[in-house]
Structure formats: structure tokens, C-alpha cells
Design a protein around this ligand. Structure first.
Ligand SMILES: NC(=O)c1ccc[n+]([C@@H]2O[C@H](COP(=O)([O-])OP(=O)(O)OC[C@H]3O[C@@H](n4cnc5c(N)ncnc54)[C@H](OP(=O)(O)O)[C@@H]3O)[C@@H](O)[C@H]2O)c1
Length: 231
């Protein structure tokens, strides 16, 4: 689970842990990881829980996390690419650094982690890769060029990967949430009673991995059922 220290990643990690799955969470900030371990631990981790400080933007970090997971649990069968950031602003105002941070995290980071995990999944004869994208990838909006482009790229990447590895028993799915009530860093998470909760997205992930081996729901959109009416 990349980016398992808050928001959606924390909820997915907690849900998988409650099911008895051994879980590895990652993130850049040690304190946030420590707090997440306490929170996930409070609802039960019968399969074990490991936190590794790592930045998805660095390929060597991805390799280190996969190695740590295999050493700790002896196996690795589900990868959830969840780590993501948002930086907002018109194209004429957005800095090159902000653009690179979003693309390197939301798109290239997924590439690094998939590349690190694929040999393990192929060796064991299959597994899951679940990529947390966003409806913003297919519904671009002004001020969101970097974020929307990163998620549109992630959608294309994920569908190409799905076709590449499905015959190896590796199921690749895209989850596209609408507004979720988190403290999404950089802003942009949903606010208000109408927004999805991180646990709603976690439920999608739990449902996906429960599918029979013959079945691959390759793209799941989830949105608030009653957002504020427009106009
Ligand atoms: N909230 C929404 O409305 C919404 C809607 C659709 C899709 N999403 C997507 O859902 C995912 C999770 O978002 P969230 O709302 O749960 O945000 P969040 O609460 O800010 O969580 C983001 C997680 O990713 C980690 N992270 C960020 N950059 C990282 C990096 N370079 N390397 C490793 N970990 C990193 C963060 O930990 P550190 O900061 O400590 O590294 C944190 O654990 C993102 O991909 C986001 O695009 C969110």
C-alpha cells in the first residue's frame, strides 16, 4: 500500500488488515506513519503490519519496500498504488517544480512500484495491482492541469499494464473516486456531509480482491450519491 499513512490509503490498509491480510504501508513522513500504525493496530492486524518510510518518486525506494515486504511476510500478492498529491493553479502560474512533483508522484511513482512488484507477482503466478486514480483524470477542470494530466496518464498506463499481464494471472484494476473527505495534501479533498468517506473506497478494494480468479473488474468509478445540485 503506497501512501498508507492517511486518508484513503489508511482506510484501505485498515480494511485489509482487519481481513487478516499482512499489510505494508509507506509514506514520506515518519510521524504520520507511526500514527497510522497505531490507528490501524487499534482495529486489529492479525496478519501483521509493517511501515516503511519511502518516497514513490524514487525507484530505489520502491525496490527497497518490495524487498522488505517479501522478507517480512514471505510473499506479496496485492499492490495498491494510492500515494498521490495535488498542486493547483493555472498553467501560466504553475511552477515547473509543482508540475514535476505531481507527475513524478502520481504517475512515475506508480511505474516504479509496478516495475518493482511485477517480478514477484510473476514468480508466484499472479496477484493484484490496484491503482487509485480519480474521476479528475477523465473530467479535467481549469486549475487542475497537472493533477488531471497525471491521473489521465495513470488511467492509460493502468489499462495498458492490465493487457500486458492478465495472462500471467495478474489482475490490474483502476479505481476512480470522486470527492472523498480526506486532508488531501495540497487541498482538493471533498468536504461536507455529502462527500465519500475513505472507508467507501476501501470497500471497493476489499470487494475487488474478493472476486473469483476468472473475474476482473478492471475499472471502478465511485462518486458521492448525492452531491450538491448545480445551478
Ligand atoms: N481525496 C479525494 O477527494 C480524492 C479523490 C480521488 C482520488 N484521490 C486519490 O486518492 C489517493 C489518496 O489521496 P488522499 O485523499 O487519501 O490524500 P492524503 O490523505 O493526502 O494521503 C496521501 C498519502 O500518500 C502519501 N504520499 C504522498 N506523496 C508520497 C510520496 N512521494 N511517496 C510516498 N507516499 C506519498 C502521504 O504520506 P506522506 O505525505 O507522509 O508521504 C499519504 O499517506 C491519491 O492518489 C489521490 O489522488 C483522492
Amino acid at each position: 500500500m503506497t501512501g498508507g499513512s492517511s486518508g484513503i490509503g489508511l482506510a484501505v490498509a485498515a480494511a485489509l488488515a482487519r481481513m487478516g491480510t499482512g499489510v505494508v504501508i509507506t509514506g514520506r513522513d515518519e510521524d504520520r506513519l507511526r500514527a497510522a500504525v497505531e490507528r490501524i493496530g487499534a482495529s486489529g492486524t492479525p496478519g501483521g503490519l509493517l511501515a516503511v518510510r519511502a518516497d514513490v518518486r524514487h525507484a530505489e525506494d520502491a525496490d527497497r519496500v518490495v524487498q522488505a515486504a517479501v522478507e517480512h511476510f514471505g510473499d506479496l500478492d496485492i499492490l495498491v498504488n494510492n500515494a498521490g498529491v495535488g498542486r493547483w493553479g493555472s498553467v501560466s502560474e504553475l511552477s515547473a517544480e509543482a508540475w514535476a512533483e505531481v507527475l513524478d508522484t502520481n504517475l512515475t511513482g506508480v511505474f516504479h512500484t509496478c516495475r518493482a512488484v511485477l517480478p514477484v507477482l510473476k514468480r508466484r503466478g499472479g496477484g493484484w495491482i490496484i491503482n487509485i486514480s480519480s474521476l479528475a483524470g477523465q473530467n479535467p477542470f481549469a486549475g487542475g492541469a497537472a493533477y488531471c494530466a497525471s491521473k489521465a496518464g495513470l488511467n492509460a498506463f493502468t489499462e495498458a499494464l492490465m493487457q500486458e499481464v492478465r495472462h500471467d494471472g495478474i489482475r490490474v484494476s483502476l479505481v476512480l473516486p470522486g470527492s472523498v473527505a480526506t486532508n488531501f495534501r495540497g487541498g482538493g479533498g471533498g468536504t461536507g456531509d455529502w462527500a465519500l468517506q475513505p472507508e467507501d473506497v476501501a470497500q471497493v478494494v476489499v470487494d475487488l480482491v474478493g472476486h473469483e480468479a476468472r473475474s476482473l473488474p478492471s475499472r471502478v468509478e465511485i462518486r458521492p450519491s448525492r452531491p450538491p445540485k448545480k445551478g
